[in-house]
Design a protein around this ligand. Structure first.
Ligand code: G
Ligand code: G
Ligand code: MN
Ligand code: NA
Length: 252
């Protein structure tokens, strides 16, 4: 495959689309937001998932224009849902550490917020621990935070930096990685890592999201352990934008 060569054509031809996976408040069981997930409708290879092309895009620099396109698509979609009166805030968008190292990133995000008439707290950026290792990325995070954008630490529990950077980076939420949630298999498994992570997050005044929730048992366990928000196949797979309005009306 030579995906690298078709990146710029793909952008021009609008082959990137977003799917949306609901996030559910465990206290009310209402949808409290969506995570936008990029897919590439490739004319030859069919639908490509981010696992196939994000790393390649990061390595050749394409993740910067791609990331802006993703943000633009998410903001445009959100503005439309907002106009229709759909309660879908916030929209969470994944951001590569490479995007954050760009000094203009924060202002590009704020320009999109303005262009689509959104308020900053309606956008949440999902970052990874890797972003906390780079000084210019950390600078972007502080800038975004100061402008009122929400930050969520994705894939928590998989990195090697552990808790070291948590206090120096201004995140609002922790997303517990699905590999940890998968270990909650039945009622006699008390998954100490998950429950301690929830306690840690509370002590730091962070909201906790569990991702990759696949069973009712996991959902119940997480609710009892004090987790705030859940996301995963048990609640819904990622769905296309046109399925979202109907999904919200029947779920809530
Ligand atoms: O949707 P899926 O399960 O295939 O996503 C796989 C991974 O790709 C996830 O870890 C997710 O964080 C990442 N991802 C999805 N959409 C985007 C995106 O728009 N930008 C970046 N940088 N990563 C994304
Ligand atoms: O890390 P990112 O890691 O942001 O997470 C979103 C990805 O996880 C998406 O690609 C989505 O399709 C996938 N995903 C969402 N829910 C589940 C789930 O319940 N189980 C599994 N195995 N994958 C999931
Ligand atoms: Mn994510
Ligand atoms: Na993740």
């Amino acid at each position: 495959f030579h995906l690298e060569q078709s990146f710029s054509d793909a952008l021009r031809n609008r082959e990137f689309v977003l799917h949306y996976q609901p996030q559910v408040c465990l206290e009310t069981m209402n949808i409290i937001g969506f995570e936008a997930l990029v897919r590439w409708k490739h004319p030859e290879f069919g639908t490509l998932y981010p696992d196939r092309f994000i790393t390649i895009a990061e390595n050749c620099g394409f993740v910067i224009p791609l990331g802006l396109e993703v943000l633009r698509l998410a903001c445009a979609q959100f503005a439309q849902w907002k106009a229709e009166g759909l309660p879908v805030t916030p929209i969470a968008v994944n951001v590569s550490p490479i995007q954050l190292t760009e000094p203009e990133f924060c202002w590009q995000v704020m320009a999109l917020i303005d262009e689509f008439g959104l308020s900053p707290d309606q956008l949440e950026l999902e970052i990874t621990e890797t972003a906390m290792l780079d000084a210019s990325a950390v600078e972007s995070l502080h800038c975004l935070k100061a402008e009122g954008i929400k930050l969520s630490l994705d894939d928590f529990g998989t990195g090697y930096s552990g808790f070291a950077h948590l206090e120096s980076v201004p995140v609002d939420k922790l997303k517990i990685d699905r590999s940890l949630i998968a270990k909650i298999s039945n009622s006699h498994d008390d998954s100490p890592i998950v429950s301690s992570t929830i306690i840690l997050a509370k002590r730091m005044n962070l909201k906790v999201v569990a991702e990759g929730v696949e069973t009712r048992e996991q959902l119940v366990h997480l609710k009892v352990a004090g987790c705030d928000i859940a996301q995963g196949y048990h609640l819904s797979r990622p769905i296309s934008a046109d399925q979202v309005p109907e999904f919200v009306r029947t779920f809530n």
